[in-house]
Design a protein around this ligand. Sequence first.
Ligand SMILES: Cc1cc2nc3c(=O)[nH]c(=O)nc-3n(C[C@H](O)[C@H](O)[C@H](O)COP(=O)(O)OP(=O)(O)OC[C@H]3O[C@@H](n4cnc5c(N)ncnc54)[C@H](O)[C@@H]3O)c2cc1C
Length: 512
Amino acid sequence: MSNEYDVVIIGSGAGGSTMAHALAARGRRVLVVERGDFIPREFENWSDEAVVVRRRYATSERWLDAAGAEFAPSVHYCVGGNTKVYGAALLRLRQDDFGEVRHHGGVSPAWPIAYEQLERHYTAAERLFSVHGQRGLDPHDPPASAAYPFPALAHEPRIAALADDLSRLGLRPFPIPLGVRLGEASHPTAPIHLSRFDGYPDPTETKADAHVAALAPALARGSVTLRTRSRALRLLTTASGREITGVLVRRDDETEIVHGAIVVVACGAVNSAALFLRSANDAHPRGLANRTGLVGRHLMLHHNGMLLAVGSIQNPSTFQKTIALTDFYRGREPSALPLGTIQAMGKPDPWTVEFMAKGTRLEERAPAELLGRSIDLFLTTEDLPDPRNHVTVDTDGRITVTYVPNNLEAYERLRAETEAMLVRAEALHGRAAPEFLHLRLGIQAVSHQCGTLRFGADPATSVLDPECRAWDVDNLYVVDGSFFPSSGAVNPSLTIMANALRVAEVIGARLG
Ligand SMILES: Cc1cc2nc3c(=O)[nH]c(=O)nc-3n(C[C@H](O)[C@H](O)[C@H](O)COP(=O)(O)OP(=O)(O)OC[C@H]3O[C@@H](n4cnc5c(N)ncnc54)[C@H](O)[C@@H]3O)c2cc1C
C-alpha cells in the first residue's frame, strides 16, 4: 500500500471526519489515521450497565490531574471519535461569542474571524449532519442564510406541556437543533427509534455522528483510506522544522511512517496538544510549534451539569431531548453578565441518579421511581481560557491535565435560575415545588474539551493562524476543538464541523 497522500488526517471525530468528507468531495487522496476501531453495533450499545458501569466504549487510559492522581477521562477512541456517544445537539455559537465578552469571572477573548466568515460553513455542516430544528425561536440564534435542512422534532406530551408552561412564564423555549437521520433520502431504511442517546453509541445509526454522516460517505467515494487501530506517535519534520515530512504511526506492534503533502491534526483538544508536545525535536525543542510555550495551554471544558427536577407528575417520555432555553445566555436582569444554556438531556441511567440522590431527601427512593417523575436538564456555562489550565506529557508520554475551574459564579446563577423557573412552572398548576438533584461534572468529563492550540491573528499569542495552520510549520493544520480561543456556552461540535469545512476550502485551494 502506498504511503503517499495529498492529506493525512489524524483522528476521525467531529473535525477529522468532516475534513475527510470535504476533501473527498474534491477528489483528494486522503489517509485517515485513527487510533480506535469501529464500535460494533451490538446489544450493549444501549445497556446502561455496559456503557456506564463497565465503560465498555470509553478508553481504559488513565490521565493524571495536577496533584498526580489518576482519573478516567470520558474519552472514546473509535471511528467517529466522541461523536459516537455525543448527544448531537448541534447549535451555532452566538454572533457576539466571536467578540470579546465580559463575564462574572473575567473576559473571554475575541476570535480572529467574525461569525459572518463561518456562517455558510455552519449552514453546510447543518446539512451534512442532518440537523432538525426551527429558526426564529432561539432568542440568541445568530442570523442564518438558510432554514434548517429538516423540521424540528416534535416534543412528547410532558415536554410539550413544559414548553407551554415556560412560555407562559415569558421564557422562550425552542427545539434543540439535533443531528438525526430520520428517514431522509440518505438513510431511507433506518428504524426511527430514538431512546438511549447522549453517552451511548447508536446501533440504529439514526444519530448523525461523524462516522455515519461524514466518514462513511467519504470512504464510499474511493479516494479516502482509513487505517484503524493506528495511533500517531509523533510528527516528523525537516531539519529546519518548517515542514512535516511524515507521521510515525503504530498499529498493533508495528510502526511505520506515512506521508502527506499536508497533515491535519484532529485528535481532540487534549490529545492533539499531547501529540504536538510528544513531537519535540531539535528544531522544536519544547514541542512542535511551541516557540511561545502556548501548546496545551488555555484548556477549556465548559462547566456542565445535570439538574433533575423530581416533580409530582409522571414524565413518561421516551425521547425527551427536544427542548432548550437560552434566555439567560446574556445574563438575567439586572446583570448582563452571561450565564449559559439549558437543554433537556437523554434520560440519565439509574446508577448516576442513585449517586446524585446520596445525602439528599430522596436517597431512599428507587432511582426508577425518581426517573419516572423527573425532568432532566443539562446546564452549560462558559469557562474562561486561563494559561494555567493546561495539558502536559511526561517522558513516557503520559498525559497530565491541570485544570482549576473559573467563572463558576455564572454556573451557580444559571442553576439557581433554572430551579426557580421550574418551581414557577409547577406553581402555574398549583403543584408543589419539585425536588432537585444536581451534579456538576468534574475534570473526568472532558467531553467539551477545547482551546489547547488556539488560533489567532498574532503569532506571539496563538499557536495557529486564522486559517488554523500552525504558525511555525507550513503544512500542518488543526481542525478539532483545539483551535477555540474561547468556548461560548453552547455545545462545541457544530462549530468544530463548520470550521473543518472552512479549513478544507483553504487546503483544497492550496493543493490546486
Ligand atoms: C457523552 C457526550 C455527549 C456529548 N454531547 C454533545 C452534544 O450534544 N453536542 C455537541 O456539540 N457536543 C457534544 N459532545 C462533545 C463532542 O463529542 C466533542 O466536542 C467532539 O466530538 C470533539 O470533536 P474533535 O474533532 O475535537 O475530537 P473527537 O471527536 O474526540 O475525535 C478525536 C479522534 O482522534 C482520535 N485520536 C486521538 N489521538 C489519536 C492519535 N494519537 N492517533 C490517531 N487518532 C487519535 C480519537 O480516537 C478520536 O477518534 C459530547 C461528548 C460526550 C462524551
